[in-house]
Design a protein. Structure first.
Length: 318
């Protein structure tokens, strides 16, 4: 029986095909002969007593100028798909949470949802790292500005960031004595009304903020090290960082062993860990990227590995 896979993503016409990990997944599914469908978040609904979706059969190609063709829209129960990939980029807002409700109902109807919708809600990509304190630099999470001032006094140089940001947005470095400390904290914490995170500054970020990909708890043996642009305090590709490939270190493998089993238990099949130096800084579960870059550097087929893991899960469910 042909596997039917639905991919919920941002508008397919707006992606950058050269670097888009979701496109890599769709290509891998298509190579296996799976029937591949394209969905957007707004195509999910509740009708006829259950979760419903409009979806388009899609043919994808590894062509930078013409990477997709859509068939005629088909409407029906969301649970008609054997597999649903939730690949909508943040923001992680209420609309995203509503989408996980639909996906959880499809899961109940028998669809395999990657990543598990309940875990998408539970696993905040920054706060969830606190489940693994042995892997972290010194860290606080609070909405009280006095806690941050005391933490800065202890650490002398810190990084502060919102819990719901992406792409390096609203990330600040603060050094002890910085005259902008109060205004940064007021802005970030919205005068004590918003919870955020601070961590000890890690100077190793200049050598690269590593993105490590895990498939069903097991790491890909190479990471993408994102190197900040000259004069830039963030190592995010969206903030102009460059990148290079690196083999995982023994410490990287240790971090993966510490967090991988819990991620696997929660149904988080495709995850991106961010590691700076010796420390875990984020656990990305919504729409991790860097497949295309690592495939290109090392001749890998990471999306194919993911499809193999999905196949194994489908077989176990039978």
């Amino acid at each position: 029986m042909t596997i039917k896979i639905g991919v919920i993503m941002d508008p397919i016409e707006t992606i950058k095909p050269k670097k888009d990990s979701t496109l890599a997944m769709m290509l891998a599914a298509q190579r296996r002969g799976w029937s591949t469908y394209y969905l957007r978040q707004q195509d999910l609904s509740h009708q006829a007593g259950g979760p419903w979706a409009d979806a388009w059969p899609v043919t994808v190609s590894d062509d930078m100028n013409h990477w997709f063709e859509l068939g005629d829209m088909e409407s029906g129960p969301l649970g008609r798909f054997d597999v649903l990939l939730m690949r909508k980029d943040p923001p992680f807002n209420m609309e995203y949470i509503y989408a996980t409700y639909f996906l959880e109902q499809a899961q109940t109807a028998g669809s395999l949802v990657i990543n598990d919708p309940r875990s998408l809600r539970d696993v905040n990509e920054k706060f969830f790292t606190t489940h693994f304190p042995q892997c972290l630099p010194e860290t606080i999470v609070s909405r009280n500005p006095d806690h941050y001032r005391a933490f800065l006094e202890q650490q002398r140089h810190i990084v502060v960031k919102p819990l719901d940001g992406m792409g390096g947005a609203s990330i600040f470095q603060i050094k002890q004595g910085d005259p902008n400390t109060n205004v940064i904290l007021e802005t970030l914490l919205e005068h004590g009304q918003r919870t955020a995170m601070a961590q000890r500054f890690l100077p190793e970020f200049k050598q690269g903020d590593k993105r490590i990909l895990l498939i069903d708890g097991e790491p890909v043996p190479y990471a993408l090290a994102r190197i900040p642009a000259e004069g830039e305090a963030r190592a995010n590709l969206a903030a102009g960082a460059t990148w290079k490939g690196v083999a995982l270190s023994e410490r990287d493998y240790w971090i993966c062993r510490e967090v991988g089993p819990e991620l696997q238990r929660r149904g988080l099949v495709f995850v991106g860990l961010d590691v700076i130096g010796e420390y875990l800084t984020e656990i990305n579960v919504t729409s991790p990227t860097c497949i295309r870059e690592l495939d290109q550097l090392y001749g890998l087929d990471i999306a194919g590995q993911l499809m193999d893991a999905i196949t194994q899960r489908l077989e176990k469910a039978c």
